[in-house]
Design a protein around this ligand. Structure first.
Ligand SMILES: [Zn+2]
Length: 198
């Protein structure tokens, strides 16, 4: 039987996404066997993040500075803004390094089922940023779900009166996707978004 302290560590790890009791036990064993090379750096990293953790008041990103690293980066294209539902979406898009501009996290999507209303999302803040006049294009990178698309329509409506180009991610064939494996929704979107053969 492990001690209460080791048990508490295992349970805390087991609650993390992607972890279960078995992988948590393996991680704990790894940490206690490598106190200097694994446990100590982990503790230091957790401490450093915990001490400085902040939500960016401009875009809603989670970082250790406010404004976050992306908002503060002068090399970013200030004229392009990409709107996402969650911080996870921002991180995923930023990892791809395909978008040169900055981001705006709504903090969710409109949902009658979950009781998420427009005032629960940071749409007012988005309108405020856009009315600053520096932004030319707003890319709506919301999920291709019914709720994501309802939210996209709502955001587009709110931005209607502002002189910005509003674009949306194309929803189409995934790279390497084979037609007969696709669901009908994806296939229908791909067909609707068809373009001339170059
Ligand atoms: Zn930011």
């Amino acid at each position: 039987m492990p001690s209460p302290e080791i048990d508490a560590l295992t349970q805390a790890l087991a609650r993390l996404p992607g972890y279960g009791p078995r992988s948590a036990r393996r991680a704990v064993l790894h940490l206690v066997k490598r106190r200097e090379t694994a446990l100590a750096p982990l503790i230091a990293a957790l401490h450093a993040v915990d001490e400085r953790l902040a939500t960016c008041t401009t875009c809603g990103n989670v970082d250790t500075t406010d404004p976050c690293g992306i908002c503060a980066d002068p090399r970013r294209d200030a004229r392009a803004l990409c709107v996402v539902e969650e911080v996870a979406d921002l991180w995923a898009l930023d990892r791809s390094r395909l978008f040169p501009g900055r981001f705006h996290v709504l903090g969710g999507r409109l949902s009658a089922l979950d009781g998420v209303r427009p005032e629960d999302l940071s749409v007012d803040r988005l309108v405020q940023r856009v009315s600053g006049g520096e932004i030319d294009e707003v890319v709506l990178a919301l999920n291709a779900t019914l709720e994501g698309q309802t939210t996209a329509h709502y955001v587009a409506e709110r931005l209607e009166r502002h002189p910005v180009r509003i674009t949306q991610l194309a929803h189409g064939l995934p790279v390497g996707g084979e037609l007969d494996y696709l669901d009908e929704g994806t296939l229908a979107q791909a067909l609707r978004a068809r373009r001339p053969v170059a």
